[in-house]
Ligand binder design. Structure first.
Ligand code: AMP
Ligand code: MG
Length: 423
């Protein structure tokens, strides 16, 4: 449900809020509102890692280009293989990778062949060197039991000419660079990187290096945000700390939205007297979502500022990270032109009892590890308060507990979202 009446008071303490939408509904609404970047740029392969393809990559060649040997051994015709008793063959030459043997091979003959060498005319089968017996410099013996076509890589068996190798919207990984190089292509078309501006809000915030007065705290959100953004390959615009003052906020939002595709703020989205973020965004743009049934994470605001998409994340350091994982990452992926924006989740056995009340989706902090049987299991990090940032630092995953879950007993299966593919 889109909320038009954003002045309605939210209570962060309640587990149930009839106006709050579910995490999944929110994610779908967010993705539906985002217009992917269409501007493209040409990049060399070395520049292409972690970029999104703006065009299908189509092969103009077969890979491998020639049928070739998968082993060091002897190439011959499968029709000429021994049936029952061993047979002797004349070795008429040698084929190397990159140095083919040009003459045809006839019955009773074979060609010494190295891995990767093109199969000589008249041959379709390779007998491994270890399965042959040397009789003399020019004669070998082979026993029965071989199969026509063995140890041969067919032309085009990896990639066939004219096939689509990678599709538009693909997020380019290391193996893709090798695949693209294998078809002789040195440049690709990628979408330009999204520009992401962010700032922290709060009169109490000081930068690292400043002296803290009574009630002041260091701004940690800008650092965790910078870290999470850096892992996504985006252009980062750090706009620092903005005071809880209407005019300062207006200036900051103006600067951010005129330079960025996405603007992220932290703090100032509750219903406190100094929480101006929502008011200013309403005045300068539009708010689409502001209540999501999620803990920690409420309140969070999603909207539009001119051409920029806007996320007003909560101030609590843990909430910043949990909402970033649930909503901002998929939004950035969509913005980047990526075809798939589904977060990786896996089901594992939970080794801890987890307290939870039904009504809200919860992201608890978990530690995934391998048990003695080599299976992944998860345990909770301990205290789960939204101000306990060390729980996030100890964690390597989020334990995702859906709205209906009313607690987990050790031994139950839970869904987790790993922070990376390393434990
Ligand atoms: P707010 O949403 O602005 O009311 O902030 C909620 C809580 O998060 C308050 O305790 C803030 O002091 C804290 N907080 C807000 N921004 C930051 C920040 N950038 N770094 C650390 N804590 C913050
Ligand atoms: Mg604040």
């Amino acid at each position: 449900m889109l909320n038009d009446n954003i002045k309605t008071q939210a209570s962060c303490a309640d587990d149930f809020d009839s106006e709050a939408i579910t995490v999944e509904t929110a994610r779908q609404k967010i993705l539906a509102k985002i217009t992917p970047i269409t501007a493209t740029e040409t990049l060399t392969l070395h520049q292409s890692l972690n970029r999104v393809l703006a065009q299908d990559v189509i092969s103009t060649t077969n890979v491998p280009g020639h049928t070739n040997s998968a082993m060091d051994g002897y190439a011959l015709s499968g029709d000429d293989l021994p049936d029952v008793t061993p047979r002797q063959y004349s070795v008429i030459g040698t084929a190397f990778a990159g140095r083919p043997f040009k003459d045809p091979c006839h019955a009773g003959q074979c060609v010494r062949i190295m891995t990767g060498a093109a199969m000589p005319a008249g041959t379709d089968t390779v007998v491994m060197q270890e399965h042959s017996e040397t009789v003399s410099d020019t004669q070998i013996r082979i026993s029965a039991g071989h199969i026509t076509g063995q140890n041969v890589r067919q032309a085009g068996e990896d990639i066939s000419k004219d096939s689509v190798v990678l599709t538009k919207g693909h997020y380019i990984q290391a193996a893709d660079l090798g695949v693209i190089a294998s078809i002789g292509i040195g440049e690709i078309n990628a979408y330009r990187l999204p520009r992401i501006a962010f700032f922290s809000t709060g009169d109490e915030l000081r930068s690292v290096g400043d002296t803290l007065g009574t009630g002041d705290i260091y701004d940690s959100n800008r650092y965790s945000l910078h870290g999470m953004l850096s892992q996504l390959n985006v252009e980062i615009i750090d706009l620092g700390i903005v005071k809880d003052k209407l005019e300062d906020m207006r200036q900051a939002f103006k600067a951010a939205s005129s330079n960025a595709d996405l603007v992220i703020t932290t703090g100032g989205v509750s219903v406190g007297e100094a929480d101006y973020v929502k008011d200013v965004v309403e005045e300068m743009g539009k708010i689409y979502i502001w209540k999501i049934a999620m803990k920690p994470g409420r309140p969070i605001t999603f909207g539009q500022l001119g051409n920029a998409t806007f996320f007003g994340l909560p101030g609590n350091p843990v909430s910043v990270m949990t909402t970033f994982y649930q909503f901002v990452i998929p939004a950035i992926q969509r913005l980047s032109g990526q075809a798939d924006c589904t977060p990786l989740t896996i089901n594992v056995i939970c080794n801890s009892d987890l307290r939870k009340r039904a009504g809200r989706f919860e992201c608890q902090r978990g530690i995934l590890s391998l048990n003695e049987a080599g299976q992944l299991t998860v345990c909770a990090t301990g205290k789960q308060g939204s101000g306990i940032l060390t729980s996030m630092s100890r964690a390597n995953c989020l334990i995702l507990l859906d709205e209906v879950c009313d607690g987990i007993e050790a031994g139950d299966s839970v869904t987790v979202q790993p922070f990376s593919t390393y434990l």
